[in-house]
Design a protein around this ligand. Sequence first.
Ligand SMILES: NC(=O)c1ccc[n+]([C@@H]2O[C@H](COP(=O)([O-])OP(=O)(O)OC[C@H]3O[C@@H](n4cnc5c(N)ncnc54)[C@H](O)[C@@H]3O)[C@@H](O)[C@H]2O)c1
Length: 433
Amino acid sequence: MNAESRTPIDAPTRRDFLKAGTAVVGGSLLSSMAFNSGAYAGGSDIIRIGLVGCGGRGTGAAEQALAADPNVHLVALGDTFADRIEAAHDRLNHRSTADRIHVPPERRFAGFDAYQHVINNCDVVLLCTPPHFRPMHLKAAIEAGRHVFAEKPVAVDAGGIRSVIETCQRAEAKRLSVVSGLCWRYDPGMRATFAQIHDGIIGEIVAMQTSYDTHGLWMHPRQPSWSDMEWQIRNWLYFTWLSGDFNVEQHVHSLDKTAWAMRDQYPVSCSGTGGRQTRTSPEYGNIFDHMAVVYEYPNGVKTFSRCRQQDGCSVDVTDHIFGTKGRVDVMNHVAYGHDGKELWRYKGPKANMYQVEHNELFAGIRSGKPINNGHYMAHSTMMGIIGRMAAYTGRKITWDQAMNSKEDLAPAAYVWGKIDIPPVAMPGITPFV
Ligand SMILES: NC(=O)c1ccc[n+]([C@@H]2O[C@H](COP(=O)([O-])OP(=O)(O)OC[C@H]3O[C@@H](n4cnc5c(N)ncnc54)[C@H](O)[C@@H]3O)[C@@H](O)[C@H]2O)c1
């Protein structure tokens, strides 16, 4: 089984996939009613999980889901590429939870429609592909009545965000869980720090500064047998249509922390700048390697955000929140007064936030109290998208303009063939769409 052998014959488009939704889930073994009637309340029933996107994060998420609950079984794997499925299966089989992995070859699905087959075979689905595909995968999962773990970010354009918001509202109505991979929200030290901010330890927030300056990431050299589509999906980080650009893909963690500080209120506009200086060759697709964006809130608060992926430069992944009575060093969980004296420092227990998010997902399913992180996972992703729009166009963009954007980054069809790469954005020339 390989990706080429499962080439969609009729060249499905994003619209087709979004419309198809539940088309193949008629054979579902378990309806959403089962969850709602408290089928898992006792903790002794088996919960079947399926993974879509068998890469580094997906494999990690599957391990954490298995560790979260002794009666979770992994029953289906899906990826565009069979080699990724086999690698994930092999890695998971070397973990202590290997006895709960039951994924025979007939439940390993490769191709663009793999997600539909995985959804069809499980109760909880872990969505861990590149973010371009998240809106369609999430929609299909919720329509089929599945609980979801959705890695960040959850879309790459405003159309995707609108779809995710609608889907998460449906999840709420159906009492289905949507737990986000914005993992800092599940970190005990971070939770305590934001509780202090919300309780007023630094007074009213005046400004925030958030940086995600790091080095370059992995890149897989193109192989002669790869079509454009295969090359781009295997190097999804570098194509705006797949990753949303690096400020959406990576810096979303930081932007989400600023949103958390603002009690999930979002900015009304932003302006920014950016470009590419070091990753200029074709293997790096069409994304930028540095961006700086200023976000504005209605009450005058501003967030100064910056991100960079350039080798040989200083690494700075920090967030600082300034208030009328002091400031917080978010990553170190410390609050200071204006005189520099420490007001508070987190001294509580540490926990692996990636594990906590799965512990709480499965505990919520067992207790009949589903968690829905839909609001912040969609809107914090949108903060990245509007920042990219501002940096690409060189224009100030309002939140309302961005949310109504007609930009659709999807390729004409999901087929293993040629795809043109849009030019690298040029501020002042690239239009707002
Ligand atoms: N929360 C975190 O800290 C964190 C850390 C790393 C990655 N992530 C996120 O997790 C997601 C995956 O990242 P990764 O590092 O695992 O990338 P990866 O490249 O290792 O894995 C992605 C996998 O998805 C597969 N895929 C691509 N398109 C697909 C499709 N249409 N259907 C099925 N499978 C498809 C790829 O072949 C690949 O195996 C991204 O959204 C990323 O931003 C989150």
